[in-house]
Write a protein that binds this ligand. Structure first.
Ligand SMILES: [Zn+2]
Ligand SMILES: [Zn+2]
Length: 173
Protein backbone atom coordinates (compact mmCIF):
# COMPACT_ATOMS: atom_id res chain seq x y z
CA UNK A 1 0.00 0.00 0.00
CA UNK A 2 1.33 3.44 -0.86
CA UNK A 3 2.42 5.94 1.71
CA UNK A 4 -0.46 8.29 0.89
CA UNK A 5 -3.03 5.59 1.61
CA UNK A 6 -1.54 5.10 5.06
CA UNK A 7 -1.48 8.84 5.69
CA UNK A 8 -5.06 9.28 4.65
CA UNK A 9 -6.07 6.28 6.71
CA UNK A 10 -4.51 7.33 10.01
CA UNK A 11 -5.84 10.87 9.60
CA UNK A 12 -9.35 9.43 10.00
CA UNK A 13 -8.47 7.82 13.30
CA UNK A 14 -8.83 9.21 16.84
CA UNK A 15 -6.06 7.62 18.86
CA UNK A 16 -7.49 8.88 22.14
CA UNK A 17 -10.47 6.58 22.28
CA UNK A 18 -11.79 4.89 25.42
CA UNK A 19 -9.64 2.48 27.40
CA UNK A 20 -10.83 -1.08 26.79
CA UNK A 21 -12.43 -2.44 29.96
CA UNK A 22 -11.23 -5.99 29.37
CA UNK A 23 -7.62 -5.14 28.51
CA UNK A 24 -6.62 -1.62 29.66
CA UNK A 25 -2.97 -2.63 29.46
CA UNK A 26 -3.26 -2.47 25.66
CA UNK A 27 -3.86 1.28 25.73
CA UNK A 28 -6.76 3.30 24.33
CA UNK A 29 -8.91 2.31 21.38
CA UNK A 30 -8.21 4.03 18.09
CA UNK A 31 -11.60 5.03 16.80
CA UNK A 32 -12.39 5.11 13.10
CA UNK A 33 -14.01 8.51 12.52
CA UNK A 34 -15.36 7.95 9.01
CA UNK A 35 -18.28 5.68 8.13
CA UNK A 36 -19.21 2.54 9.98
CA UNK A 37 -21.26 -0.37 8.70
CA UNK A 38 -24.45 -1.77 10.22
CA UNK A 39 -22.43 -3.76 12.76
CA UNK A 40 -20.46 -0.75 13.93
CA UNK A 41 -17.27 -1.71 12.11
CA UNK A 42 -15.32 1.08 10.48
CA UNK A 43 -15.81 0.92 6.74
CA UNK A 44 -13.79 2.38 3.88
CA UNK A 45 -15.83 3.03 0.81
CA UNK A 46 -14.22 2.47 -2.53
CA UNK A 47 -15.76 3.25 -5.87
CA UNK A 48 -17.49 0.39 -7.66
CA UNK A 49 -16.68 -2.36 -8.25
CA UNK A 50 -14.46 -2.33 -5.17
CA UNK A 51 -17.26 -2.20 -2.61
CA UNK A 52 -16.05 -1.34 0.85
CA UNK A 53 -13.37 -2.66 3.15
CA UNK A 54 -13.28 -3.01 6.90
CA UNK A 55 -11.19 -0.24 8.43
CA UNK A 56 -9.67 -2.41 11.15
CA UNK A 57 -8.46 -4.91 8.55
CA UNK A 58 -6.85 -2.13 6.52
CA UNK A 59 -5.28 -0.75 9.72
CA UNK A 60 -3.84 -4.17 10.50
CA UNK A 61 -2.48 -4.47 6.93
CA UNK A 62 -0.84 -1.05 7.18
CA UNK A 63 0.77 -1.92 10.51
CA UNK A 64 1.56 -5.61 10.12
CA UNK A 65 0.97 -6.73 6.56
CA UNK A 66 -1.64 -9.14 5.23
CA UNK A 67 -3.86 -11.05 7.66
CA UNK A 68 -2.53 -14.65 7.68
CA UNK A 69 -4.38 -17.05 5.39
CA UNK A 70 -7.50 -18.58 6.91
CA UNK A 71 -7.51 -16.27 9.92
CA UNK A 72 -9.78 -13.39 10.80
CA UNK A 73 -9.27 -10.43 13.10
CA UNK A 74 -10.83 -10.43 16.54
CA UNK A 75 -11.27 -7.24 18.55
CA UNK A 76 -9.78 -7.91 21.99
CA UNK A 77 -11.37 -4.62 23.11
CA UNK A 78 -14.85 -5.59 21.77
CA UNK A 79 -15.08 -2.19 20.14
CA UNK A 80 -15.90 -2.77 16.46
CA UNK A 81 -14.98 0.79 15.43
CA UNK A 82 -11.48 0.39 16.89
CA UNK A 83 -8.59 0.08 14.41
CA UNK A 84 -5.73 -0.14 16.93
CA UNK A 85 -3.60 -3.07 15.64
CA UNK A 86 -2.64 -3.87 19.26
CA UNK A 87 -6.32 -4.51 20.01
CA UNK A 88 -6.63 -7.01 17.19
CA UNK A 89 -5.65 -10.63 17.14
CA UNK A 90 -5.61 -12.93 14.11
CA UNK A 91 -7.62 -16.01 15.09
CA UNK A 92 -9.46 -18.85 13.38
CA UNK A 93 -13.16 -18.42 12.63
CA UNK A 94 -13.96 -20.93 15.37
CA UNK A 95 -11.90 -19.08 17.97
CA UNK A 96 -13.60 -15.87 16.90
CA UNK A 97 -17.04 -17.46 17.38
CA UNK A 98 -16.05 -18.83 20.78
CA UNK A 99 -15.10 -15.34 21.82
CA UNK A 100 -18.42 -13.92 20.64
CA UNK A 101 -21.01 -12.20 22.80
CA UNK A 102 -21.50 -15.11 25.19
CA UNK A 103 -17.75 -15.27 25.67
CA UNK A 104 -17.56 -11.73 27.04
CA UNK A 105 -19.08 -12.72 30.37
CA UNK A 106 -16.34 -12.85 32.97
CA UNK A 107 -18.15 -15.00 35.54
CA UNK A 108 -20.60 -17.90 35.60
CA UNK A 109 -24.08 -17.43 37.05
CA UNK A 110 -22.76 -18.45 40.48
CA UNK A 111 -19.91 -15.98 40.31
CA UNK A 112 -17.00 -18.30 39.53
CA UNK A 113 -14.48 -16.62 37.23
CA UNK A 114 -14.27 -17.70 33.59
CA UNK A 115 -10.48 -17.79 33.71
CA UNK A 116 -8.33 -20.37 31.88
CA UNK A 117 -8.23 -22.80 34.84
CA UNK A 118 -11.95 -22.68 35.56
CA UNK A 119 -13.32 -22.71 32.01
CA UNK A 120 -14.35 -25.74 30.00
CA UNK A 121 -14.72 -25.02 26.29
CA UNK A 122 -17.63 -26.95 24.81
CA UNK A 123 -17.78 -28.21 21.24
CA UNK A 124 -20.50 -25.73 20.32
CA UNK A 125 -18.25 -22.83 21.29
CA UNK A 126 -19.99 -22.09 24.58
CA UNK A 127 -18.24 -22.34 27.93
CA UNK A 128 -18.93 -24.26 31.10
CA UNK A 129 -17.79 -23.52 34.64
CA UNK A 130 -15.42 -26.11 36.08
CA UNK A 131 -16.24 -25.18 39.71
CA UNK A 132 -19.98 -25.61 39.12
CA UNK A 133 -19.39 -28.94 37.39
CA UNK A 134 -17.27 -30.12 40.32
CA UNK A 135 -19.91 -28.93 42.82
CA UNK A 136 -22.61 -30.82 40.92
CA UNK A 137 -20.50 -33.98 40.90
CA UNK A 138 -19.87 -33.71 44.64
CA UNK A 139 -23.57 -33.16 45.37
CA UNK A 140 -24.44 -36.17 43.21
CA UNK A 141 -21.89 -38.27 45.05
CA UNK A 142 -23.08 -37.19 48.50
CA UNK A 143 -26.68 -37.91 47.53
CA UNK A 144 -25.78 -41.39 46.28
CA UNK A 145 -23.83 -42.20 49.45
CA UNK A 146 -26.70 -41.05 51.64
CA UNK A 147 -29.30 -42.89 49.59
CA UNK A 148 -27.28 -46.08 49.90
CA UNK A 149 -26.90 -45.61 53.65
CA UNK A 150 -30.51 -44.58 54.25
CA UNK A 151 -32.63 -45.98 51.43
CA UNK A 152 -35.98 -44.30 51.08
CA UNK A 153 -35.04 -41.30 53.19
CA UNK A 154 -36.89 -38.27 51.77
CA UNK A 155 -35.53 -34.78 51.40
CA UNK A 156 -31.85 -35.59 51.04
CA UNK A 157 -29.67 -32.62 50.19
CA UNK A 158 -29.57 -31.99 46.48
CA UNK A 159 -32.66 -34.09 45.79
CA UNK A 160 -34.95 -32.24 43.44
CA UNK A 161 -37.95 -32.24 45.74
CA UNK A 162 -40.32 -29.35 45.11
CA UNK A 163 -40.77 -27.07 48.08
CA UNK A 164 -44.55 -27.17 47.98
CA UNK A 165 -44.96 -26.49 51.73
CA UNK A 166 -43.27 -23.09 51.69
CA UNK A 167 -44.94 -22.06 48.43
CA UNK A 168 -48.48 -22.93 49.40
CA UNK A 169 -48.23 -21.01 52.68
CA UNK A 170 -47.37 -17.88 50.68
CA UNK A 171 -49.97 -18.33 47.99
CA UNK A 172 -52.91 -19.13 50.23
CA UNK A 173 -53.54 -17.00 53.28
ZN1 LIG B 1 -9.74 -1.12 20.79
ZN1 LIG C 1 -19.60 -21.62 38.41
Amino acid sequence: MSRSVADRFWRKVDRNGPMPERCPELGPCWIWLACTDQHGYGAIKRGPPGGSRLAHVVGWELARGAVPDGLELDHLCRNPACVNPDHLEAVTHRQNMERGSHATKTHCIRGHPFDPENTIARRDGSRACRSCKRDRKRADYRRRVLQEAFPGLPGLPGASKPRTRQRSSQEEP
